[in-house]
Design a protein around this ligand. Structure first.
Ligand code: IP8
Length: 272
């Protein structure tokens, strides 16, 4: 039996990106070995309380794009059709979520599913309300809370997309985490010519983010690398370090959870 998690230990918020747990260019496919290893790395952390969120990857983004769920409804379009699209995408994302929960259970953790569709609201695609209470309650009860990018009620559009990156940012004031770790399939934020040698940007600053290109035409409906870097800066502005690391190297995630910052790109806490 694994030793119990320190229930007064600091909280670390981890986002497993859709790019690392799913095959983003295939339809609804997980990366089973990577998911299983990452679940073990998270489950083995005992000196900190992990709050996990995960992206939707190939289970959510293609459908969200197809049904236009990250955009305003087209004039004259039917709310019933949007609801149908939202239901299809929500069901697929839950299929991925169930796989994540099962891997965590298999790895010895006690995950508690926290779907923010019932505790968050958007207006015109922007988050306007998120109640962190279910995360607090499951932490207090000794669980590993797990949420995910989802389709949520939208006061203007009926329903729209809430990214796990936005969930992570919204949870920062309530959880006051020690750090936020975004786990992806890239080494960090890369700079250099798209076709030439690219290097990892060690420190994420507003200037770095301003120079990032958006990725037009990509299946990602929630802003790609530029959106993520912007969220990292916002977390840093709230006084918490935020890192983007690759989950492809063994042990990198558990080391980053414990405070190692030698890999990846980091936005450093600013007390403004
Ligand atoms: O993968 C997007 O969440 P993300 C959620 O964290 C859906 O950006 C349903 C596309």
């Amino acid at each position: 039996m694994a030793p119990p998690t320190d229930r007064s230990g600091p909280v670390v918020l981890v986002k497993l990106g859709g790019s690392i747990i799913t095959r983003k260019n295939e339809v609804e496919k997980v990366r089973p070995k990577v998911l299983s290893r990452l679940a073990k790395e998270v489950a083995e952390v005992r000196d900190r309380r992990v709050v996990l969120v995960h992206g939707a990857g190939s289970f959510g983004h293609p459908g969200a794009k197809r049904f236009g769920l990250a955009e305003a409804p087209r004039p004259g379009s039917s709310p019933v059709e949007r609801a149908r699209g939202a239901a299809i995408v929500a069901a697929e994302v839950r299929r991925l979520h169930l796989m994540v929960l099962r891997e965590l259970v298999r790895a010895g953790a006690s995950p508690a599913s926290v779907p923010f569709a019932t505790h968050a609201r958007n207006r015109a695609g922007e988050l306007v309300h998120l109640d962190p209470a279910p995360i607090d309650a499951s932490l207090d009860a000794g669980f590993l809370p797990v949420s995910f990018g989802d389709v949520v009620p939208d006061e203007a559009w009926g329903s729209s997309i809430l990214s796990a990156d936005t969930i992570a940012l919204a949870l920062v004031p309530a959880l006051e985490p020690e750090r936020v770790v975004f786990v992806s399939d890239v080494e960090g934020i890369l700079e250099g010519p798209p076709t030439g040698r690219r290097t990892v940007v060690r420190e994420v600053t507003p200037e770095v983010v301003a120079a990032l290109r958006s990725s037009p035409g990509r299946a990602d409906v929630t802003g790609g690398i530029r959106g993520k870097a912007t969220v990292m800066l916002a977390i840093a502005a709230a006084g918490v370090d935020a890192g983007l690391i690759s989950g492809l190297s063994d042990g990198a995630v558990s080391r980053a959870i414990r405070g190692a910052t030698e890999y990846g790109s980091w936005a450093r806490a600013r007390s403004t």
